[in-house]
Design a protein around this ligand. Structure first.
Ligand code: NAD
Length: 356
């Protein structure tokens, strides 16, 4: 049984990792999260009473607090997910992304390095720092509308070419982790994953935004032609992959994680509309009638797609959900959990944790 420190465990993917660890393993979990707008403790209500779970409201940029958490809980494994994660927000205001994704990761690495030096040889041999990152660090790939034939995929050897302040800050954090591994011998692993979707996704992101706008009779805004391609992965498949890499991956290695589900954004929006037409029909017409186009995001990457053969061949991971099963489960989850959505939309998820 390991003691696992998860940073960003109140976020979308972090909360899936925490739920997976508490509900399906015997490991102990400490969730270290600042609770920014993206952190939502209601996503952890199914596990928060478990005696193997603890929560610390801490900013990863706060070295003294991070040190206190390391010394108090004595973790064997760090899974670092805390980040500013929304591309559009990084364009409107990159400062928080530099602070959390770069300065925060640096602070965490420095505290992990100091803590690692306090461990005895046995515990050092088992210690791991797992940095969770994105495929957006690789920039974008040729799009089928501009190139024919077999199109390339991102592999672990693809050169970094980030486009947005978000992906640039994540790329920088990946480089820091590799440097701390190589220069200081901090035993580290990195994963780069494609776009996730699933339950508890903050409604600013494409899929939940479309579901909730559709139900609220609001426009469904699609960037440009909607032909940008993303490789979608169900969040619980990602959580399983992360725990597998964290516990069994080879130190110093990078693993790409993806769902082999390349879809144009407009196809995703159509699928959501069609599922809602089936599961929650409107009195008249289709949810597709609400689709509107908006000016494209500056610097928008056209295509992401992951070659996940390394994690499959070396660790035996593959996704359990297809896009068709995962998106159906997701739409159904939002229909069944409108209360969770309402608390996010009216801000009460933040007021409650402040005791107000
Ligand atoms: P999220 O925005 O939903 O959650 C981020 C969490 O980090 C929140 O709980 C927030 O409170 C916390 N946090 C932010 N700043 C912090 C700080 N300074 N100190 C402590 N906690 C802080 O993000 P997500 O979608 O769950 O992504 C998690 C990680 O996975 C990120 O590192 C992201 O880059 C990576 N990733 C995300 C995707 C995706 O599709 N969402 C895909 C690949 C990789």
């Amino acid at each position: 049984m390991a003691k696992i420190l998860v940073t960003g465990g109140a976020g979308f993917i972090g909360s899936a990792v925490v739920r997976h660890l508490i509900l399906n393993t015997e490991h102990q979990v400490v969730n270290l999260d600042k609770l920014t707008y993206a952190g939502n403790l209601e996503s952890l209500s199914s596990v928060s009473d478990n005696t193997r779970y603890a929560f610390e409201q801490v900013d990863i940029c706060d070295a003294a607090e991070v040190k206190r958490v390391f010394n108090t809980y004595q973790p064997d494994l760090i899974m670092h997910l805390a980040a500013e994660s929304h591309v559009d927000r990084s364009i409107d205001g990159p400062g928080d992304f530099i602070q959390t994704n770069l300065v925060g990761t640096f602070t965490l690495l420095e505290q992990a390095r100091a803590y690692f030096q306090t461990l005895n040889a046995d515990r050092q041999a088992n210690f791991r720092f797992h940095h969770i990152s994105t495929d957006e660090v690789y920039g974008d790939l040729p799009h089928p509308e501009e190139q024919s034939g077999v199109l390339p995929l991102f592999t672990e050897k693809t050169a970094y070419a980030p486009s947005s302040p978000y992906s640039a800050s994540k790329a920088g954090s990946d480089h820091l982790v590799r440097a701390w591994q190589r220069t200081f011998g901090l035993p580290s692993l990195i994963t780069n994953c494609s776009n996730n979707y699933g339950p508890y996704h903050f409604p600013e992101k494409l899929i939940p935004l479309m579901i909730l706008n559709a139900l609220d009779s609001k426009p469904l805004p699609v960037y440009g032609k909607g032909n940008q391609i993303r490789d979608w992965l169900y969040v619980e498949d990602h959580a399983r992959a992360l725990v597998l890499v964290a516990l069994e991956g080879k130190i110093g290695e990078t693993y790409n994680i993806g769902g082999h589900n390349e879809k144009q954004n407009i196809e995703v929006v159509h699928t959501i509309c069609d599922l809602l037409d089936e599961l929650r029909p409107k009195s008249q017409g289709s949810y597709r009638d609400q689709i509107t186009t908006v000016k494209d995001r500056p610097g928008h990457d056209m295509r992401y797609a992951i070659d996940a053969s390394k994690i499959h061949q070396e660790l035996g991971w593959k996704p359990q959900e297809t896009f068709e099963t995962g998106i159906r489960a997701t739409v159904q989850w939002y229909l069944d959990n409108l209360e969770w959505c309402k608390h996010v939309q009216d801000g009460s998820y933040q007021r409650e944790r402040l005791g107000g």
